[in-house]
Write a protein that binds this ligand. Sequence first.
Ligand code: PLP
Length: 387
Amino acid sequence: MKFYTDRLIMTPGPTEIPLRVKKAMIRETTNPDLDPSFLELYNNVRGKLQKLLNAEKSHIYVMAGEAIMGLEASIANTMKPGDKVIVVANGVFGEGFADIVKAYGGKPLLIAGENWRGGVDVGEVERALEKNRDASILTIVHCDTPSAILNDVRSVAKIARDFGVITIVDAVSTIGGVPVEFDNWGLDILIGGSQKVLNAPPGLTVIALSDDVWERVERVNYTGLYMSFKLWRDMLDVKNVFPYTMPDVLVYALDEALNIILEEGLEQVYSRHLKAREASWRALETLNLEPYPSSLEHSSPTVSAIIVPQRVSERKLRDYIWVKYGVLLAGSWGRLEGMVIRVGHMGLQASRTHLLKAYTALARGLKDMGLEVSVSKVVDAIENAYT
Ligand SMILES: Cc1ncc(COP(=O)(O)O)c(C=O)c1O
């Protein structure tokens, strides 16, 4: 492992944890099941998340477990075996929802799987809903992190609502970096993660639930325990007790991570991420590298996915940049593995200095491998984006 002064983590999650968040984790220990001050802090975190997600009318839970658990819980609690689910499959996680649906006995109908390089075509969603009036759930990923694609969740959720279909949104790599309006957009379930834009450690999943979705949750009557939304509501909201012991240290971290974002102000936070995306794309243009998303507006402000030139091994390039220049970049998965390299610009990474370091390292890495690139032009491109 590299000493912290010699490295920069630029992966699209888990991300580096700011010192303030690390400090927040060092406290006197307590019993989070019994100490009323922990419950108070937990409820304050829910309030902060309501602000972040514009979910004032909705219910928020912070559950112990990775975001994958949140995705699984959202299906387990709302779907009965045999239910038809429209799965917006224009990315690795988008497509992945189908596996969860199948695992719980549902029938996934995959749409938009043809075009992974663009955001979902809202017309295609509408046509699928029209043809499949028996579908009751739609799943969509806000930013499919492995490809950096950003989907127009707002328009999709509106159409789904018109058809009486509930919308489940994976917003794991957007919350805290891209605006989300849970109530106004008419979302039913949103899943967020702690270790991406929020710059907190992995281990928590954020769940937002609309008022309307409860009727469905009651009807489906999921009988599992650990992921049961009903259990969370009936224990936490009714009796003020947690269904299981909370990892208090992680909740302290999330609390401080949210403080940092809310202190900066949401507008400023979002424009900082937009600026990072712009700087990143300008750097790529100078490097003659093609972004995987076909256009800027379909590329998430939180991450860039870049097609690696054919004569370069993506894995070797990443390893080399890490060892030689101390910058950790990410590869991708599924059908993008070996083809795409990713630079995270989420949370504290969405800064001029982080991007300068990441892209000079990428430029130097490519140059060292024999490609004709100008490191100084990359620096200029990023500096210009910030002036
Ligand atoms: C869009 C998206 N959804 C879900 C997940 C899964 O999150 P976790 O690894 O925390 O379970 C990830 C992680 O990379 C992601 O990028």
